[in-house]
Ligand binder design. Sequence first.
Ligand SMILES: [Mn+2]
Length: 432
Amino acid sequence: MKTLRYIPIPADFYRNSRDRLAALLPEESLVVIHANDVFPTNADGTMAHHQNADLFYLTGIDQEETTLLMQIGKSGEHKDILLLRETNERIVIWEGARLTQQEASQISGIEDVRWTTQYATVLAECVSRARRVYLELDEHPRRYTQVQTRNDRFASALRGAYPEMPVQSLFSVLAGLRLVKSAEEIAQVREACRTTGQGFAAILPQIRPGMGEWEMEGLLSAEYIRRRSRGFSFLPIIASGADTCVLHYISNHKTCRDGDLVLFDVGAEYGGYAGDMSRTIPANGEYTPRQKAVYDAVLAVHRYAAQIMLPGVSKTDYERRVRRFMAEQLIGLGLITREQVDADPIDPACVRRYYMHGTSHSLGLDVHDVTPSDPVFAPGQIWTIEPGIYIPEERTGVRIETDVLIRPDGGVEDLIPDAPLEAAEVEAMMRR
Ligand SMILES: [Mn+2]
């Protein structure tokens, strides 16, 4: 496809996604999903377009101003219409090619593709035939934004124009579908993870004291883009020294010093899917004994978490068990006491002083991929495993994060085998 840097998933996958969604919805429903807005910056500038993940999941169309309409009939039948921004000579000259109707049809498997100039007419027609409308309503438990999305605006417009029409949320339905990855999606995440790990391994030997965190970011960005990624899958965290304890440090503005740890929490995107990896390395190529002790404690927790991430286990139970195991490691490091843990044995709160975030999140089109509330592990799911220990008083933070696929036999497969995990492996790679 002329506009794509990546190899797209075949249209059958998107046909399948729409079939599976339709099968879960009552007849005479209408589904409407819009592309994300292109956000303005200043003057005539805009931010890069980031596609709406649900729209991409159902169509594979990575272009602004796209709308999907699905009219659900009896027993899972559905009629789909894709509205596409009209391309013309002027747009081709200034912005480059946009998808033709035929190309959009090839990517999505939707036969009925029209230009957005027909938006109002097509929508009115579809709504008049529907008994209820399913939309992407803002239900994400951790989303906080002042900005109204295109889907939010549409929801209020629809409620204004058709006050009697029941409006339902797609969130839990699509979150349930997106939680389990198909073979095609696993291949895309695998590629994102391969790029994430190989790019990191490539820059490791170049890192030394005095190097700017931004220089490491630059090197990594080049490695990712060279491998057909469009760039980082989220704002990269490259934190040295005391900032290894700042969970969402993204300014990457300091130079690292001899004796510092450098914490990388980075990922490459590929074809819309995200990689997400953390590694913590010694700037000078050798961990101090204390740094290594903390590192090994985090790695032990990581290994334990990978062992208990089994089909049938709920995410909540898993997190609680990981925290209990973490408590033992923190006692070993002299950070908390046995008495503190025994006072609160089920889920010792003292752990949170040094380990304040969750161990795992689902990964896919979104870095923190959507899930139903309290998901249960099952084959075909992709999760991060990312324990960490943060000791501000020692300017020491360590996080180790891999992405894993839960296999049909119940074990997990590390999707980032190219990035070193053991402290000795990190040191050996940095010596190269
Ligand atoms: Mn993560």
